[in-house]
Design a protein around this ligand. Structure first.
Ligand code: ZN
Ligand code: ZN
Length: 347
C-alpha cells in the first residue's frame, strides 16, 4: 500500500510503498477515508516533538471504512464507517482501569509511536474504533479527533455547566471548537481572547464575545464585561505564561482555570488573592478520553459543533502535497484545516 512517511527527522515526508499491515485477533484494518494534517505533525517532521523510531507514518486524525476485523472484534463489521481514537492503551494498567487511559503506562499515540493515517490503510486495536454517524462526513470526523476532542475534554475537566460564563484564551483550532462547545453546554457568555483581527472578527458569528488583547488588559476587559465578578471557567489554549496568568486572574469566586496550551515557561500565582480567597482552581488538561468521543459526535450530528464549508480543504495521499500543507500549517493564522483524502478511499 501507499504511505507517506517520516524517514529522516527535519526532512520532507516521503512516498513509500509498504506491505499492507497485518492485524491481530483484537485489531481492525481500516481503509483510510480522511486523515487530518495537524500542527503536531509539523513538530514531528521538524523534530520539535521527538519521534523515537523511524520510518514512521504520521497522522492521528483518522476516519475510514472497516476493511477487515480480527476474530475477537464484534462491534464493527467490514464496510462500516468509523472514526479512530488516537491513543492506544493497554486497558489493564492502573490508569486504564481507573478510566484515565491517557496516562496508560504502555500508551502509544497513533502517528507518533505507531503507524498513523497518512496511508491507504491503518491497523488499530478494535477498542480504538467507533462507528461514525452517517450525518458526519469523513473529513469532518477526522479533524474532530484531535482539537475538538481535546477542547471538549478541557470543558469537562473544568466542570463547565449550563449558565456558567467562560473565557477562552486563543482562537485557533481548539478555540474554534471550544467556543461552539461552550455554547452547546448552555453557557451564558463566552468571551474569546485573541490578538488576530481576522479571528476576532469571526468570533461574534459563532456567538462569542471578542476580547482584543491588544486593545487593553484582557483581564480588565473581562472583569468589566462581567460587572466585576469574573468568569466561572477559563480555558488557556495558547501555551504562554502570560495568558495562563490572565486565565487565572479573570476567574470569579469558585472559578476554574483549565490549562491546555503547552509551554516550558514558569508562571507565578498570588496564592491568597488569586486562588485561596476565591476557592479558585487551576486544572491541567492532557488529551482526551475515548469515552468522550460519542457525545462529541452527537453534538456534531445536532449541528452544535460544525465546520462550515470553506473551513476544510483536501489534498491527496501524496508527499509533495502533504509537505506543502505542513509548511502552510506551520505558518497558518486561519481556521482552514487540511485533510488527506486518499484516491483509494472509495467514499
Ligand atoms: Zn492533532
Ligand atoms: Zn494502560
Amino acid at each position: 500500500m501507499r504511505a507517506v512517511r517520516l524517514v529522516q527527522l527535519g526532512k520532507p515526508l516521503e512516498d513509500i510503498e509498504i506491505a499492507l499491515p497485518e492485524i491481530g485477533p483484537s485489531e481492525v484494518l481500516v481503509r483510510v477515508a480522511a486523515c487530518g494534517i495537524c500542527h503536531s505533525d509539523v513538530h514531528y517532521r521538524e523534530n520539535i516533538s521527538m519521534i523515537d523510531s523511524l520510518p514512521m507514518t504520521l497522522g492521528h486524525e483518522v476516519t475510514g471504512r472497516v476493511e477487515t476485523t480480527g476474530e475477537e472484534v464484534h462491534h464493527v463489521s467490514p464496510n462500516d464507517r468509523v472514526y479512530v481514537h488516537y491513543l492506544v492503551s493497554c486497558g489493564r494498567c492502573d490508569f486504564c482501569l481507573r478510566g484515565y487511559e491517557q496516562f496508560c503506562i504502555k500508551g502509544q499515540m497513533i502517528g507518533k509511536h505507531r503507524d498513523g493515517g497518512y496511508a491507504e490503510f491503518i491497523a488499530v486495536p478494535g477498542r480504538n474504533v467507533f462507528v461514525l454517524p452517517d450525518e458526519i462526513p469523513f473529513e469532518v470526523g477526522a479533524i474532530m479527533m484531535c482539537s475538538s476532542a481535546t477542547a471538549f475534554h478541557a470543558l469537562n475537566k473544568a466542570r463547565l455547566k449550563c449558565d456558567d460564563t467562560i473565557a477562552i484564551f486563543g482562537f485557533g483550532g481548539l478555540g474554534f471548537s471550544a467556543l461552539q462547545l461552550a455554547r452547546a453546554f448552555g453557557c451564558r457568555e463566552v468571551y474569546v481572547v485573541d490578538i488576530n483581527p481576522a479571528k476576532l472578527a469571526s468570533i461574534a458569528t459563532l456567538g462569542g464575545v471578542a476580547i482584543d488583547a491588544t486593545a487593553a488588559d484582557p483581564v480588565d476587559q473581562i472583569r468589566e464585561a462581567t460587572g466585576g465578578k469574573g468568569v466561572d471557567v477559563s480555558i488557556e489554549l495558547v501555551g504562554s505564561a502570560i495568558t495562563m496568568g490572565q486565565a487565572i486572574r479573570c476567574l470569579g469566586i469558585l472559578g476554574r482555570a483549565a490549562l491546555v496550551g503547552l509551554t516550558a515557561e514558569s508562571m507565578s500565582v498570588l496564592p491568597y488573592t488569586e486562588l485561596i480567597n476565591k476557592e479558585a482552581e487551576i486544572i491541567g488538561v492532557s488529551d482526551h478520553l475515548a469515552a468522550e468521543l460519542p457525545l462529541l459526535m452527537q453534538l456534531a450530528c445536532s449541528g452544535k459543533l460544525s465546520f462550515p464549508p470553506g473551513t476544510l480543504r483536501s489534498v491527496g495521499l501524496d508527499a509533495a502535497q502533504i509537505n506543502a500543507a505542513l509548511d502552510a500549517v506551520a505558518k497558518s493564522t486561519d481556521h482552514i484545516r487540511t485533510v488527506i483524502v486518499p484516491a483509494t478511499s472509495a467514499l
